[in-house]
Design a protein. Structure first.
Length: 333
């Protein structure tokens, strides 16, 4: 398959991406919240629960894996890559290596991982990955984000995307304007617009094929410390911002949930898809917590809860799929 064909399959109607690429540190926090020790075997068992959920391929088009996970096997001996492919799901891989201080700032971060990336991508391709993900984080606060932080993160995102396409894979470009803070929705709009404008300027400069990539952005949404906005307002501001910044050649936008609850992530995505504004892209999801929070809570590390946890996961995937199709309502929760 060409990268353009893979891209289209990842934003197929009614489907979205499961982000199961939590680093060891992040998944430990998730496991701590349910009182489960984060051993390699427990992480493997939990991922197997997700990847073997019957019919998950009806709602999930691709799964972003972590370095540990792409090398692991299910209890029947098959690699997780094979398990996903049997479900009709495309395996992907997180390739950034976390963040470092941006220009000596104590708050602003730049994502690292470009060194040796071309060799790592070759290995991941041979392991079965067909798309990759790199996340940049932009923080809103007093006097930030600075132009330098936005520019450096945009440049690194573009360099990453070029490497990924050269390796025969689809890059998911993730510039996340964080919800942390007490900024209002208009401030988020302003920073998101500036960030996306710079990202696409760099992608063009680096010769990235826009029809062979996906954008994974935040929605335009107020900070956690600010009063909440209605889904309709979030939808209007999000699409207005993207019309100004995201070229129509980009096949799809797969939103991150970024601190929203499971219901909020569905309500807001549904409002975006039902909005009567021009939308030249497929508008889907690439959710982590918004597909897994209830699943983890049901599982609690217990083998006899695997079936129940899979049912919960499939229910959340079905609801996200409905939101992606603009047919979600609280009645089907």
């Amino acid at each position: 398959m060409t990268i353009q064909e893979i891209t289209k399959s990842l934003v197929a109607p009614g489907k979205g991406i499961l982000a199961a690429d939590e680093s060891t540190g992040t998944i430990q926090k998730r496991f701590d919240s349910i009182g489960v020790e984060s051993t390699e075997e427990m992480r493997r068992a939990y991922r197997e629960l997700l990847f073997t959920a019957p019919g998950m391929g009806d709602y999930i088009s691709g799964v972003i894996l972590y370095d540990e996970t792409i090398r692991q096997r299910a209890s029947d001996g098959h690699t997780f890559v094979t398990v996903l492919e049997k479900q009709g799901v495309v395996p992907g891989i997180k390739v950034d290596l976390g963040t470092e201080s941006c220009d000596g700032s104590e708050i602003e971060k730049c994502t690292k991982g470009l060194e040796g990336l071309d060799e790592r991508l070759k290995e991941y391709y041979n392991l079965g990955a067909r798309f990759a993900k790199w996340r940049a984080v932009i923080t809103i606060g007093e006097g930030i984000p600075t132009d330098g932080c936005i520019a450096e993160n945009a440049k690194r995102l573009a360099q990453y995307a070029k490497y990924v396409q050269e390796a025969g894979m689809v890059p998911i470009v993730e510039p996340e304007v964080l919800m942390d803070g007490d900024h209002d929705i208009d401030r988020c709009y302003e920073v998101t617009k500036k960030t996306l404008g710079k990202v696409f300027e760099e992608l063009r400069l680096h010769g990235v094929a826009l029809d062979g990539m996906l954008l994974k952005p935040n929605m335009v949404i107020p900070g956690k410390g600010s009063p909440k906005s209605r889904p309709e307002e979030i939808a209007e501001k999000t699409i207005a911002c993207f019309i100004e910044t995201v070229p129509a050649e980009v096949p799809g936008i797969v939103f991150l949930s970024g601190g929203q609850s499971e219901k909020e992530a569905c309500e807001n995505l549904n409002a975006i898809n039902t909005l009567s504004m021009e939308k030249p892209w497929e508008l889907s999801f690439s959710y982590g917590r918004a597909l897994q929070a209830s699943t983890l809570d049901t599982w609690h590390g217990k083998e006899d809860q695997v079936g129940s946890a899979q049912e919960v996961f499939l229910h959340r995937a079905k609801l996200a799929s409905a939101a992606r199709s603009g047919i979600y309502s609280l009645d089907i929760e």
